[in-house]
Design a protein around this ligand. Sequence first.
Ligand code: HMG
Ligand code: MG
Length: 304
Amino acid sequence: MLDELPDKVSVYEVSPRDGLQNEAAPIPTENKRRLIDALVACGLERIELTSFVSPRWVPQLADADLLAADIKRHEGVTFSALCPNAKGFERARDAGLEEIAVFLSASETHNTKNTNKSIAKSLEVFSEVVPPALEAGMRVRAYVSTIWGCPYEGDIDPKKSLGITKSLLELGCYQVSLGDTIGVGTPVQTRQILSMFKSEISLEKLALHFHDTRGTALVNALVGLELGYRDFDASVAGLGGCPYAPGAAGNLATEDLVFMLDRMGVGTGVDLPLLLEAGHIAEAIVGRQLPGKVHQAGLPSLRA
Ligand code: HMG
Ligand code: MG
């Protein structure tokens, strides 16, 4: 299997959104901009900037309008943001964003805690968000959370997650990111879930979103890579977690993913030394040590 590795995969950077949304102390907008500029400088071409959600639910991202409107744009770089409803879409459009991401959970309980809605109601709301967004010339991505397990309901039937994913694609989302929100997935489970998705949906329409809460994010990403998945969400230095999923910790660290891929000859277009610098900016911004392995260990001095 490993001899069929691709030349290149796509990394979707979520640290300014998934990474920062859980931080309790307010982070000045200027510091968020500094982090985003550093991520662009690394060569990352897809970056989730923020969320146009209720500021009461996620106070840390209350500056979304200002941040997205003023962020320096770059040729070839797509900025995206989470949008839960029509109000979020309008805010993102007014800020000039080219892409949004709708989100829901495969678990009814997590979806209600996270968005105050049933799954059916979320899909109904998205049917009023996706078409106008597409008409406005935006691309729409989507997330399905808790596919590998829910903090409230435990195991989730993968067939249910698959059905929700298909509904999102039918609505016009170009890609659905499959989330192990609380980092409980194992390689065996990942192989089972991703094999099932792969048998029903073409792979460019799927991305993988692993949280590294229990140290299994990178190995699960590798299982995905071996199965042909080519889109990986990650967060610099492992920053992050969902505020409405108790125990959720940081995403797969971008440095860990890029380091592994680089050394296996799989390109990402990301400059690793510059990425390490971005990780140190992230650490300075939140004022505490971040968990990424390569972030902490640095790069080895290996000779070719
Ligand atoms: P609600 O309270 O049911 O909303 O929240 P509502 O429609 O009843 O409106 C109540 C008030 O909120 C109104 O204001 C609205 O205008 C306002 P009022 O009249 O009371 O002054 N409001 C908004 N304000 C700004 N922007 C908006 C917006 N919508 C309503 N878009 C809502 C429903 C969905 C808004 C809320 O539950 C919410 O914002 N939830 C977001 C929670 C969140 O961001 N969670 C983390 C992201 S998900 C995640 O991390 C998982 C992921 O990473 C994948 C994975 O790891 O698996 C994506
Ligand atoms: Mg997440």
